[in-house]
Design a protein around this ligand. Structure first.
Ligand SMILES: [Zn+2]
Length: 500
């Protein structure tokens, strides 16, 4: 069956384009069809300040990539026939240029796509298709994917609405609460009868753990500001072995959230363990009524650089997009100024419910795809470097502050002793070598320097060692504080880390 995309846009796309133009206040109530007729030169003039040359994406290459993806089974389903062998058809692919460097890619699949996965997890196919196009969309800074199933938007096929997820016993409405969701982790593959990581190793590292490292740094950053940051995976590297037979911190979010006491509707919703894990993260954020959800991921599909995803169908599109724009810009700017001046900015990506991690969050939610696991240089190389991961975490924290996230209770400005104790404790909590602070070791020197107050706390370190962790606060502005210490193994000074 041949599909006429002009008809689809008239039906589903045109109204959205017009209303979004209105939202931006540009008053461009131009129909898509007329926009197509405007010469490229005018499009250039209409979008000043773009450093990238507007380019249309290669629709034939995208179509061919999607066809290739459908002719190979997605990861985890290799024992099945490929989607195309199983009858999933690509009915059509459409690419529209919606702005200087903005595009909409419409991918229409046959209904068989809904049932290809034995348990009905459509995201397996959409992720597989999306990855196949990653290398072809680098020139676009704003891609809206629109998945159709036999001509109807994908989001219409998802169960709706989900049962009320806000019936938990926790206090709701605490300001500033944010869920930090490190993507993936061990899950139980029912059909293979074993535990698997959700992604593959590339040159010695695997996304499941790289995401966790970045999230760990981010949690420390946020907690140092007294922001109520809640991890979706077990934040304690010494929490022991879980049901999977692997460390609890390596396990997917579903198990941690279950152990927190969340109701089954939060962690047991989905086609299989894999999708239950994905869904548990946004449902957890709904349950604890977090202000935002930040999912940390790394990409695949052979591109390079950073992109940030949000969902156009979760009821919080505008704020999600604002959050995505801020965080993506902060990360790219930080990497370019502190690590790699040539780091590619892939910009924003969105879709109509193709990613449950965003879609099911009934609050602003973004997925950060920091770098490509499967591109060795510069991406995979950078992801092996702890300095890179810290830079990214700091940039996300700054982005959250720019967005407007504030501490649940402001740190006491007049009690720097307790602030120093707390901040030192948080700073070392995420380093496996550090154990507990040593009672009675806290010290203060207020005359150490004309500009700075000095405090310290000794911390017990594995191997019967003890490290003095220093804390300095600016006299002129006591919100400016740093922590520094000598690495217990190398004994070299790590430098001063800005903590507020
Ligand atoms: Zn991922």
């Amino acid at each position: 069956m041949r599909h006429d995309f002009i008809r689809y846009f008239a039906k589903f796309g045109l109204g959205r384009t017009v209303s979004r133009s209105r939202d931006r206040g540009k008053g461009r109530l131009i129909s898509r069809l007329r926009l197509l007729a405007i010469p490229i030169g005018l499009l250039l003039l209409a979008s000043p300040g773009r450093s990238q040359q507007p380019r249309s994406l290669d629709v034939d290459a995208i179509r061919a990539a999607v066809e290739r993806a459908l002719s190979a089974a997605p990861r985890g389903l290799q024992r099945l026939q490929s989607p195309s062998q199983a009858g999933v058809r690509l009915l059509d692919v459409g690419v529209e240029q919606t702005g200087g460097a903005s595009h909409r890619i419409t991918i229409d699949l046959s209904q068989r796509a809904l049932t290809y996965h034995p348990a009905g997890d459509v995201e397996t196919i959409t992720d597989h298709v999306l990855a196949s196009t990653a290398g072809l969309t680098a020139s676009s800074h704003d891609v809206e994917y629109r998945f159709l199933v036999d001509g109807l938007p994908l989001d219409r096929f998802l169960p709706d609405p989900a049962p009320d997820r806000r019936t938990g016993t926790r206090a709701v409405g605490a300001p500033g609460r944010v869920v930090i969701s490190a993507g993936h982790g061990w899950y139980h593959d029912e059909t293979a009868g074993g535990w698997r990581l959700q992604r593959d190793y590339y040159w010695g590292i695997v996304e499941d753990f790289v995401n966790y490292d970045i999230a760990t740094h981010l949690l420390a950053e946020l907690r140092a500001l007294n922001i109520d940051a809640r991890p979706a995976r077990n934040p304690d590297r010494s929490a022991g072995t879980g049901l999977s037979g692997h460390s609890r911190w390596e396990e997917s979010a579903k198990y941690y959230i279950r152990d927190l006491g969340a109701p089954a509707s939060v962690w047991d919703f989905g086609a299989d363990d894999y999708s239950k894990d994905i869904n548990s993260r946004p449902f957890y954020s709904n349950w604890i009524d977090s202000a935002l959800v930040i999912a940390i991921h790394n990409n695949g599909g052979g591109g390079s650089g950073t992109e940030t995803w949000y969902d156009t169908t979760n009821g919080h599109e505008a704020e999600s997009r604002r959050l995505a724009e801020i965080i993506n810009r902060r990360i790219v700017n930080a990497i370019r100024s502190r690590y790699n001046p040539n780091w590619p900015d892939r910009g924003l990506r969105t879709c109509n419910a193709c990613k449950g991690e965003n879609h099911w969050a009934k609050r602003p939610a973004v997925i950060v795809e920091v770098a490509f696991m499967d591109t060795r240089t510069p991406d995979n190389d950078a992801l092996k470097d702890d300095a890179f991961k810290r830079i990214v975490a700091q940039a996300i924290r700054e982005g959250l502050q720019e967005y407007g996230l504030v501490a649940a209770t402001p740190p006491p400005a007049d009690d720097l002793d307790s602030a120093a104790r707390r901040e030192i404790g948080i700073r070392v909590a995420y380093d496996e070598r550090f154990r507990a602070p040593i009672d009675g070791s806290f010290g203060v020197n207020l005359t150490w320097d004309p500009a700075w107050e000095l405090r310290w706390l000794d911390v017990d370190v594995t191997g019967n060692r003890r490290v003095r962790v220093f804390h300095v606060a600016s006299r002129a502005n006591r919100t400016v504080r740093y922590i520094g210490f000598s690495d217990p193994d190398t004994r070299s000074w790590i430098g001063w880390d800005r903590i507020s």
